[in-house]
Design a protein around this ligand. Structure first.
Ligand SMILES: C[S@@+](CC[C@H](N)C(=O)[O-])C[C@H]1O[C@@H](n2cnc3c(N)ncnc32)[C@H](O)[C@@H]1O
Length: 322
């Protein structure tokens, strides 16, 4: 019986996860953590935010229970966790990816219908939060990933679907000339992220367009495609890899980064859930296993194909024949 009680508790923790999630997303939407750098009562905060006092107090109590606030003498203040990750001046700020998650919430709410029709329910999208959110996530791992990619002998790189430019900056810091290719609305955001990061962008150039239909340039020694294929169908992924092969110099390398997914497509659960995220938000995207990506590289003529595990992602390498 004890085992059954534990199992039921575990299941409840999984299905009720949205309660904690919603409380944090709502507090982040109101920029509550920016106001709680110094202690405030619920009444004071509701005055600033123009929210209901009772509702604000209950939200703040829940955030306190979750370890994001400290409560003393009816005043609430950020814990170090909230200070480090949820206030905008922190280099580890996660508020943009939380705002992106808030848009995803609205799309995921259509999952019942998506499962019936197989069609996405893409009703909400906050593009600046999505792109800056990619920066929130990549800052923790960009240096490690670029070290694993390896830049010896590399002069000219294409960062295809480079988003906010987190990886491009890491490569540019090493003196490599990087072209970031992305849609125009993303390139505009990348320019401002790079400016704000204080990285001298002498080594970073930009190309804007649709990578499936527009010219992506040529004569690259390395093409880096990070977290892009999961939004594409298998056919589009293959098309993009072929296009990359043609844009590389002889002997040039391709490196693909994607979430790690086992061949069973079910583990780790985070990647299987990310596939559902793509089901909800894109017409034909999903997570791909490294064996699928390796198969595409082999099919398009790459050699020396191998993969390397990062934390929750995998890098897949290939080389164009000389
Ligand atoms: C999930 S983000 C990854 C950003 C970055 N590579 C990273 O790993 O942090 C995917 C990027 O691909 C870009 N993208 C998606 N489809 C595209 C297309 N058809 N043409 C150009 N860029 C595209 C998006 O604008 C976005 O910046």
């Amino acid at each position: 019986m004890a085992n059954i009680v534990e199992q039921a508790k575990e299941l409840r923790k999984t299905w009720s996860g949205f309660w904690s999630s919603r409380v944090i997303l709502t507090a982040n939407n109101y920029r509550a953590f920016e106001h709680l750098k110094s202690p405030k009562t619920a009444q004071e905060l509701s005055g600033i935010l123009r929210t209901d006092r009772r509702a604000t107090e209950m939200l703040l109590d829940a955030l306190t229970g979750l370890g994001l606030l400290r409560k003393a003498s009816l005043r609430y203040k950020n814990t170090s966790l909230a200070r480090r990750f949820l206030t905008a001046e922190s280099p580890f700020y996660q508020g943009d990816i939380l705002r992106h998650a808030d848009a995803l919430w609205k799309n995921w709410s259509g999952l019942d219908e998506v499962v019936k029709t197989g069609k996405p329910h893409h009703v909400a999208h906050d593009h600046p939060s999505f792109i800056k959110g990619m920066h929130n996530l990549a800052v923790f791992k960009a240096r490690k990933v670029i070290n694993a990619v390896g830049l010896r002998g590399v002069k000219k790189v294409l960062d295809l679907g480079g988003g906010p430019g987190t990886y491009a900056m890491e490569m540019a810091k090493k003196g490599i000339s990087v072209t970031l290719f992305d849609r125009q609305e993303t390139v505009d955001i990348a320019r401002s992220v790079i400016r704000r990061a204080g990285v001298r962008n002498r080594n970073i150039g930009f190309l804007q367009g649709d990578f499936l239909h527009d010219d992506i340039g040529r004569d690259y020694n390395l093409i880096f495609i990070s977290q892009v294929l999961h939004s594409c169908s298998e056919e589009e992924s293959l098309q993009l890899i072929e296009k990359s092969r043609d844009a590389l110099n002889a002997g040039g390398r391709i490196v693909v980064q994607e979430f790690y997914l086992k061949k069973d497509r079910a583990h780790p659960a985070s990647s299987a859930l990310f596939s559902v995220n793509m089901l909800v938000n894109t017409p034909a995207g999903r997570c791909y296993s490294s064996s699928e990506i390796k198969k595409w590289l082999a099919k398009t003529g790459f050699r020396d194909i191998r993969n390397a595990m990062m934390d929750d992602t995998v890098l897949v390498f290939g080389k164009k024949e000389k």
